[in-house]
Ligand binder design. Structure first.
Ligand SMILES: [Fe+2]
Ligand SMILES: [Fe+2]
Length: 255
C-alpha cells in the first residue's frame, strides 16, 4: 500500500518532470568523494555525471581549490551556492519549456533551441552539484526548481516569442551574475589561488552569453531591441524576469 502511494507520487513527479532534480539533490556527495580519490591518486570508483563540462583533472584541481575557498573566501562559497541554485533553475526552465513545447505545435527550431540549451545547463548543474557539499547548497532548492519549471513552461505555452524573451532576460542577467564574482577573482591576477574554478566560471558565463544571443537571434535582434525599448509586454516581462532572478540570487546566497 505504502509502495503504491509512493509510486503514485513518483508518477506525479515524473509527469511534472521533477524527479531528475530531486534525485540529484540527494546523490552527488559520492561524486565529490570520488574526486577526493582522484586528488589522492586513487583510481576513481564512480564516473562523473554526464554531460560534464570540464575534464576530470581540471575538476579535481577545482575540488582542491575549494578547500582554500572554504577557509579564506566564504563570500565565494555564497556565490557558488547561488550559482548552483541558478543552474538548477536553468535546467528546469528548459525542462518546463520542453514539456510545454510538446503540448502545442511549434516550429522544429524551438525544440532544437530548448534541447541544446538544456544539455549545456545540465552540465553546469552537474559541476556545482559535484563541487558543493549538500550543506553548502541552498535550502530552498525545491523552490528554485519549481519556479524555474514554471518560468519555462508558461511562456512556451504562450508562444516562441514569449519563450525567447524569457530566455534572453534570464541569460543576460546570469551573465551579469557570473561576472560579479569572476571580475574580483581575475583582478587578483597571478595571486588568484583558484584558477581552475575561475576558468570553469568563465566557461559557463560564455555559454550563458551564447544562450542569450541565440534567443535574441531567434526573436530577431532588431525587433527585440525595439520591443525592449518601447512600451511593450516584452519589456515589462523582461523587467520582471530580471528583477525576479536578481532577488532569487540574493536569497540563495543567504539560505
Ligand atoms: Fe547555465
Ligand atoms: Fe544558460
Amino acid at each position: 500500500m505504502a509502495e503504491q502511494s509512493h509510486g503514485g507520487l513518483n508518477d506525479a513527479l515524473s509527469w511534472l518532470a521533477l524527479t531528475e532534480g530531486l534525485v540529484q539533490l540527494d546523490a552527488p556527495r559520492s561524486f565529490a568523494d570520488n574526486m577526493g580519490n582522484l586528488i589522492n591518486g586513487v583510481a576513481p570508483t564512480r564516473p562523473l555525471p554526464t554531460p560534464f563540462p570540464v575534464s576530470p583533472n581540471d575538476f579535481a584541481a577545482a575540488m582542491a581549490e575549494m578547500d582554500q575557498v572554504r577557509r579564506e573566501d566564504p563570500w565565494l562559497v555564497q556565490a557558488l551556492r547561488s550559482d548552483h541554485a541558478g543552474e538548477l533553475a536553468a535546467v528546469y526552465i528548459y525542462r518546463g519549456a520542453r514539456d510545454a513545447a510538446r503540448l502545442r505545435p511549434l516550429p522544429e527550431g524551438v525544440h532544437h533551441f530548448v534541447n541544446q540549451h538544456l544539455e549545456t545547463e545540465r552540465g553546469h548543474l552537474h559541476y556545482f552539484e559535484t563541487l558543493l557539499e549538500r550543506r553548502e547548497r541552498s535550502w530552498l532548492s525545491p523552490v528554485w526548481l519549481v519556479a524555474g519549471y514554471a518560468l519555462g513552461f508558461l511562456p512556451t505555452l504562450a508562444g516562441p516569442h514569449a519563450l525567447y524573451t524569457t530566455i534572453h532576460a534570464v541569460e543576460t542577467y546570469v551573465e551579469e551574475h557570473y561576472n560579479h564574482h569572476i571580475t574580483p577573482l581575475l583582478a587578483r591576477g597571478p595571486k588568484n589561488a583558484y584558477p581552475k574554478l575561475t576558468a570553469a566560471l568563465q566557461e559557463f558565463c560564455s555559454d550563458e552569453v551564447e544562450h542569450a544571443v541565440d534567443a535574441g537571434d531567434r526573436y530577431g535582434f532588431r525587433q527585440l531591441e525595439d520591443d525592449l525599448q518601447g512600451i511593450t509586454l516584452a519589456r515589462a516581462w523582461s523587467f520582471i524576469v530580471r528583477h525576479g532572478s536578481a532577488t532569487a540570487v540574493a536569497i540563495a546566497k543567504q539560505i
